[in-house]
Design a protein. Structure first.
Length: 161
């Protein structure tokens, strides 16, 4: 007997001024929209497994097994926050032909780990908002690193770093 729904996924819209995103089935305007499950509509994906000091070995084992079992590319196990990610993470990179087997497997084997899944469309802001799903708890991303110059309200210059 299951104690939770098998797919606990969320698409999240950005709160960056001047942007407007539409999820696959519902318009999202700064709010979360529950989706039945991640949708395989892109050629390639990233799944970021989130962890902390207490769960690093569990994350390492999960990512290693995903690489072995599905032939996905396993990135570094970052014991620090990188990019827009608010937790330590390890990236899995995979093509759409692995999606239908990998995503349910990750959800079934992640335990209490949270996994951020997103498509790769060439637009990083869209990828981390409109094309994004969560397995487990949703964490707020630092989307400011994807801020477009036209969304700076006329201020000159861009983000440094």
């Amino acid at each position: 007997m299951r104690t939770r729904a098998p797919w606990q996924c969320t698409a999240r819209a950005s709160n960056i001024p001047g942007t407007h995103h539409q999820s696959h089935n519902a318009l999202v305007a700064g709010h979360n929209a529950r989706m039945a499950r991640p949708v395989n509509i892109h050629a390639a994906y990233h799944a970021h497994v989130y962890f902390d000091a207490q769960t690093v070995e569990q994350a390492r084992a999960l990512c290693s097994e995903a690489g072995r079992r599905f032939g996905v590319q396993v990135g570094r196990v970052h014991e620090k926050m990188v990019g827009p990610h608010p937790r330590w993470s390890c990236q899995l990179a995979f093509d759409s032909d692995r999606f239908e087997e990998l995503i349910p497997w990750l959800d079934a084997h992640r335990g209490e780990l949270d996994v951020f899944v997103h498509g790769l469309s060439g637009d990083e802001l869209q990828d981390h908002t409109t094309h994004a799903y969560w397995l487990g708890r949703e964490w707020p991303l630092d989307l400011s690193i994807f801020q477009r110059p036209d969304a700076t309200d006329g201020q000159s210059g861009g983000a440094s770093g």
